[in-house]
Design a protein around this ligand. Sequence first.
Ligand SMILES: [Zn+2]
Length: 248
Amino acid sequence: MATAPTQTNPGSRRARRLAAEASAPTSRHSRKRARPLWQKLAAAAAMLALLAGSFALGWHFGVDSTRYKGGILLVNEDNLLSSDYVPEGLVNLYEQRHSFRLARSDIYVTRETYEAMEAMFAAAEADGVNGFIVTSGYRDYDRQAEVYAESEEGYAQPPGASEHQTGLCFDVTAETNEGFESTEQYAWLREHAHEYGFIQRYPANKADITGISYEPWHYRYVGVSAATQIRNQDITLEEYVGAAGSAG
Ligand SMILES: [Zn+2]
């Protein structure tokens, strides 16, 4: 009669299993399961207290270390925005008249930034340079935390340290196989961005000051006066607000 082995040899199967269990060393897993409930609760409470403490500390320093220098908001790893910092007057670029292309329909910047962008890209177009594609603007604290968590080390700013939380900057590109810095669009911005109040925030060879390596695509609104000084003196925003701070 053809029957399943479990039915014909129940004893030997159980014997094999018991032998295997007996010979196996007591596993860490089974010892952990034997831990009393109060110990687990105490460990969980300690972890929770630690988390709450670090959150409160982070929030505290986040608020205190927000920096306006010379009327200009400086954000970097030493000057963090708080998790609840949201700029006023954000506008959706897609809903505004725009002389530039948009990579997405949900890109926001402050109204002041948008108006300067629109004036700048309209002027570029009048010069025969178009094809700018804006890829990014305002990013809130939680979104930056996600970006940071998803990125390899050194490729994204931790939450609170990203200028994108200010709503005063944007990333731009153009259709190219070479990288944005090799395009006529980039060349135009290098010549003219400051005339509209924008600076290239993370220039080449300034990472020791800005903490961020070359980003030819990232522009920050600081107003025409500051942008012109920063460009003509070939300095960074860190240096500019440092100078502005010591002077005032
Ligand atoms: Zn950027």
